[in-house]
Design a protein around this ligand. Structure first.
Ligand code: ADP
Ligand code: SF4
Length: 688
């Protein structure tokens, strides 16, 4: 069963008046659902409880209406009316003996109040600091405001207790919480007893913690979340000051929860940050205070986790993304099932739920945020229905996930792959700069498929419709992926652009197949996710003189939603890549490209030796279309259904493909829902 090396992870540990059953601590994380989808969010936390986490937190909970971060959807605790929905989450967290935590956030200089229309309050009068650069400023709090805010924290703490929570986390990290705004000289420029010296800047935290201890501290544990370094230079709340603050207030909270910098710094994607990236920042802090310490670092390896505790870096292993990718991570370690861990790949697609106000998605765990909506469980799936056999064509993320889930249900599954390597796009993209961890999408699924006797894998098998009709499988899943276009069609050009045959033009597929351009290379990014930036990086690494041209105002525009946009720009600039924003390519000519300004259409020639077009993809759905054209032959061939999924249906990020694969397997032999909505949702109750 459990490897004794990991016993240390399962030792109970006190937090104030309470005891956590083990060291697995799900730190607060958003999910896109929040107050809009309380049952979906609660069921997601319940799954973590079942998966063995010792401590489980909510996302950030806006604790007073005078500070909120619309358009982002978190939780709200503004009045008693909010209690039932968050009580549902607390109850869900506690179902298997976990401690239930709520993170109370007063957003201060981070809260534009676009919904409540209240004047934002902050330690000092400055513009609101948000992703969206809202044209709003905060008013500096006077003494009455500070007194009020202390009372509001007490009110929120009492409501948290009524809702059934065990722990309260006071948010002062990532630039998002008022505690940091008081602690940092950048956002606290006060000259009264709340500003100036570190002791003065700590005053607000000390007062609120004392208030809460009086109000709820007999039964609840109080934690404080701060960033290990504000990462904004001298003026910021630096790692040295954090250490001074903790030493000076060693017994202030019942636990120190140590995050990092901004959210971008803390939830760094694997392209830029390795596992345990914060180790140097956290080392030694545990010696400054008798209170336990939790820290994060996209921990997926139990060896690294055990080492962090054994070496005295941390007392609790904090996880957000690893707990999303595998809610059963603690249980799998406990049961000695290390190979079954579905490791987070660090792609940050989970963050996009929050950033787009959509619904959280996870590339590795397609059941995330679908636990209540669709009744999907990450580890359990209904036994197969009346039919028996499934042929899956294509072994990309969609095909592999369809195969994994269908095999788990008990179907006889065959996977035919045209190439000699399994994994589809992931097998190629994992070789690109910074994307090696993405290979886990294929590795996890291939290992699982390898464990099952009811799965046959056929590499080197490019199937045609005729092959399929001859085989006799009952269900045919076409997951044949997509191909990058070479004609420039995407957003700027909806029909093929003018391209001179004298200019060497490459697609991402060419580069991934090892055909690398040389000399002066223009990378045209009209896709706007990661591929353009990654290929510019690759070409620069290979010695090309690279210019990245994009009609967008930002490099790799959509990666703002995965918290990597600024890091991508920084890396390309560091590699000497010339960046041309707000610029399209009107035509590709013999000696270069004709650029056009996005706003004025002003044209100019840019000389180059090769062009890489990162534009859009065409679905490789030929087998599907051929099969649909021969529907009359299905019955004789024993075929009951033919479906197209993933990129072969419509190209999208990898998470869309794993979702499609999972859904395919769940829907096998399921009753036809007709026109009904395929998932549950919550609709606002109309007030009397
Ligand atoms: P997705 O993201 O939807 O899973 P991918 O492009 O990653 O799509 O994977 C598609 C896989 O399907 C590729 O590995 C490709 O080689 C394979 N494939 C494409 N056409 C066929 C075919 N006719 N027969 C078998 N495999 C195919
Ligand atoms: Fe990890 Fe990506 Fe899943 Fe987020 S979406 S938990 S980063 S695998």
């Amino acid at each position: 069963m459990r490897d004794p090396r990991y016993d240390i992870l399962f030792q109970p540990m006190a937090i104030g008046p309470l005891t956590a059953k083990n060291r697995f601590y799900q730190v607060p994380h958003c999910n896109g659902g929040g107050y809009r989808d309380p049952s979906a969010a609660a069921a997601m936390r319940a799954t973590k409880a079942e998966g063995g986490w010792g401590v489980i937190f909510t996302e950030q909970t806006e604790m007073h209406h005078s500070s909120e971060i619309t358009p982002f959807i978190e939780l709200r605790l503004w009045e008693d009316k909010d209690i039932p929905s968050i009580a549902k989450m607390a109850a869900a967290m506690k179902t298997h003996g976990a401690l239930a935590g709520i993170q109370l956030a007063y957003s201060g200089i981070n809260g534009p109040n676009m919904y409540t229309k209240e004047v934002p309050l902050a330690p000092s009068a400055l513009p609101i600091r948000t992703f969206t650069n809202d044209p709003v400023q905060a008013r500096a709090m006077d003494k009455t405001d500070i007194k009020n805010l202390r009372r509001w924290f007490v009110n929120a703490a009492k409501r948290s207790k009524l809702a059934g929570f065990d722990l309260i986390c006071l948010y002062g990290a990532h630039g998002f919480g008022i505690f940091q705004h008081f602690l940092s000289r950048a956002t606290n420029q006060r000259s009264d007893e709340y500003g100036g010296s570190l002791e003065n800047r700590s005053r607000f935290a000390r007062e609120v913690l004392a208030d809460l201890r009086d109000a709820v501290g007999d039964t609840m544990a109080l934690t404080m979340r701060v960033s290990l370094d504000e990462t904004i230079g001298e003026l910021g709340f630096s790692n040295d000051e954090v250490r001074d603050f903790i030493a000076m207030n060693a017994e202030l909270p019942d636990l120190w929860d140590l995050a990092m910098g901004t959210w971008e710094d803390c939830s760094g994607p694997s392209r830029f940050k390795q596992e345990a990236a914060q180790e140097a920042w956290v080392t030694g802090i545990r010696d400054l205070s008798p209170r336990p310490v939790v820290g994060v670092g996209r921990f997926t390896s139990p060896d690294v986790m055990a080492r962090m505790i054994r070496q005295g870096r941390l007392d609790f292993i904090g996880c957000a993304r690893p707990s999303i990718a595998d809610p059963f991570l603690p249980k799998k370690i406990d049961e000695g099932r290390i190979d079954d861990i579905r490791e987070c790949i660090g792609c940050n697609i989970c963050v996009t739920g929050d950033m787009t106000q959509g619904m959280g998605r996870c590339t590795q765990n397609p059941t995330w945020m679908e636990e209540w909506r669709r009744g999907w469980h990450p580890e359990k799936i209904a036994a197969k229905g009346e039919s028996q056999s499934v042929l899956i064509i294509g072994s990309g993320p969609a095909g592999l996930e369809a195969a994994r889930a269908a095999a788990l249900r008990g179907y006889d599954v065959a996977v035919a792959e045209a190439g000699e390597t399994y994994g589809g796009r992931v097998a190629r993209e994992r070789l690109l700069p910074g994307l090696s961890a993405w290979g886990r999408v294929a590795d996890y699924r291939l290992y699982q498929l390898g464990q099952r006797p009811n799965v046959q894998m056929y590499p080197g098998s490019r199937l045609t419709a005729e092959d399929v009709l001859a085989f006799g499988f009952q269900h045919i899943c076409v997951a044949t992926g997509s191909t990058w276009r070479a004609d420039g069609v995407a957003r700027q050009h909806v029909v093929p652009m003018a391209i001179s045959p004298q200019m060497p033009v490459f697609t991402p597929d060419d580069l991934m197949a090892g055909r690398i351009p040389a000399g002066r290379v223009v990378v045209f990014d009209d896709d706007h996710y990661y591929m353009g930036g990654v290929l510019a990086e690759l070409c620069a690494q290979k010695g090309c003189a690279v210019t990245l041209v994009t009609p967008s105002a930002f490099v790799s525009d959509w990666t703002a939603n995965t918290l990597e946009q600024s890091q991508i720009h920084r890396r390309l600039a560091g590699l000497g890549v010339a960046i041309r924003l707000n610029t399209g390519i009107a035509s590709v000519q013999a000696g270069g490209v004709e650029t056009n300004c996005t706003y004025t259409d002003t044209r100019a020639m840019m000389e180059c030796d090769a062009v890489v077009l990162v534009t859009s993809r065409t679905s490789d759905d030929g087998v599907f279309l051929d099969l649909m054209a021969q529907q009359g032959d299905w019955a004789d061939a024993g075929i009951r259904s033919v479906k197209v999924i993933g990129d072969a249906a419509a190209p999208a990020p990898i998470a869309w493909a794993t979702h499609a694969g999972h859904r395919y397997a769940r829907d096998l032999d399921a009753p036809d829902l007709g026109d009904a909505l395929p998932f549950r949702r919550e609709v606002t109750r109309i007030e009397d």
